[in-house]
Design a protein around this ligand. Structure first.
Ligand code: UD1
Length: 364
């Protein structure tokens, strides 16, 4: 069984790593790793390959940045050639980035089977590019691997046949568990002179937050209040870094003496930073789930989430972009009233085993 495993952007790498590793245990499965090059900076890509012990991609498409249409079209044109040459039995895509949807569309038109890992998540907000990618990918997929129960309900409601859908848990949590001993050895806390439990972590990159000056400023105003009580570490995404300068917000950021901007961190350093944080302020999808697994309080600066289990039983709270709401939630945590959470069903480190077993059964 020849399987093309597709990665493109940072949040794909930790999801594909356990799948590649598991596939290599099967003598009858040949994984081919294709990197679209959607993310190309060393800190967004190469360093993750090293940390996650991923093999060099077999094929690198080098598409880079662009508008949504440009990026998607470039990936499609390149990927079509690869499918013609490789003729795989299955294309496996993960998550919800442009590479996920673009490669699914190509595979579907070429009558190649598609497996979508992390299927069924819905924010019900079609202004989010990821929601469009999720809808397109799921409707085209032959095997849909679901991380949380809400995904099962969403797919059923959308008319996806039950036999295609498998509730398997979360490959991103597989990576978190597998690499925990290595992450523990990271020296990042010493390097940054941080004490466990005595700092907060910020991540921010959603277009709705950072491509809009007013929203970005509201968030910075919240950080300015929180940093009076807690040092904040902010490894910053290239998109947000660029927008700080474009909006003339650099001075405002630099005025916060207790907030530290860093370049994007590698996987192991970032996991170490998360494990030991007092709280996390984020607009990421995956970090809502990683903090729920780790039991770390998470304040999500979005109006909605496609990962509702993290709010229902996890440590996540949705606060939107209102300055005072963000500050109030942070104060609750700092005053010892953080929400307690539980770990969702099947987030146990064995999702990739379940996925590859099903692929083997379905395609043999
Ligand atoms: C992408 C995903 C998003 C995911 C995020 C994680 C889509 C639609 N979005 O968003 O779901 O949460 O990755 O990081 O697929 N840039 C660089 N170097 C890079 C990559 C990007 O400088 O290696 C800059 C460029 O200015 C680029 C901008 O960031 O234009 C946005 O990159 P892009 O890949 O379009 O989307 P992300 O915001 O990274």
């Amino acid at each position: 069984i020849k399987v093309i495993n597709v990665v493109g952007a940072r949040p794909n790498f930790m999801k594909i790593a356990p799948i590649q590793r598991e596939m290599s245990k099967y003598s009858n499965i040949k994984p081919v790793l294709v990197h679209t090059g959607q993310h190309y900076d060393k800190r967004m890509s190469k360093f993750f390959f090293n940390d996650l012990q991923l093999p060099e991609p077999d094929i690198y498409l080098g598409v880079g940045s662009g508008t949504h249409a440009e990026q998607t079209a470039k990936i499609m044109t390149h990927f079509e050639k690869i499918l013609n040459e490789e003729k795989p039995d299955l294309v496996l895509v993960v998550g919800d980035v442009n590479s996920t949807a673009a490669c699914s569309l190509v595979a579907a038109k070429m009558n190649t089977k598609i497996a979508h890992v992390e299927a069924g998540l819905r924010s019900f907000d079609r202004t989010m590019p990821e929601e469009i990618n999720r809808l397109v990918t799921d409707v085209l997929s032959d095997l849909l691997f679901v991380t949380e129960k809400s995904g099962l309900e969403n797919l059923k409601r959308e008319g996806i046949a039950d036999h295609k859908v498998h509730f398997v848990g979360h490959v991103m949590i597989d990576s978190l568990i597998y690499f925990k001993p290595k992450a523990d050895q990271s020296a990042i806390l010493d390097e940054l002179n941080l004490t466990p439990g005595e700092y907060g972590v910020i991540t921010l990159h959603r277009p709705s937050n950072v491509d809009n000056k007013q929203n970005f400023e509201k968030l910075l105003n919240a950080f300015a209040q929180i940093e009076q009580r807690l040092p904040l570490i902010f490894p910053i995404h290239p998109r947000s870094q660029k927008m700080i300068d474009q909006f003339g917000l650099r001075e405002k950021v630099e005025k916060m003496s207790n907030l530290r901007l860093l370049d994007p961190l590698g996987y192991l350093d970032f996991m170490k930073l998360l494990h030991n944080a007092k709280l996390v302020l984020t607009d990421s999808g995956g970090i809502q789930e990683e903090t729920t697994f780790l039991g770390i309080p998470c304040i999500t600066m979005r109006e909605n989430t496609e990962r509702p289990i993290t709010v229902e039983i996890g440590t996540n709270v949705l606060v939107g972009t209102d300055t005072q709401r963000i500050v109030l939630e942070a104060e609750k945590i700092l005053d010892g009233n953080a929400k307690k959470g539980q770990i969702p069903e099947l987030w146990d480190g064995h999702a990739a085993e379940r996925i590859v077993k099903i692929i083997n059964e379905e395609l043999s």
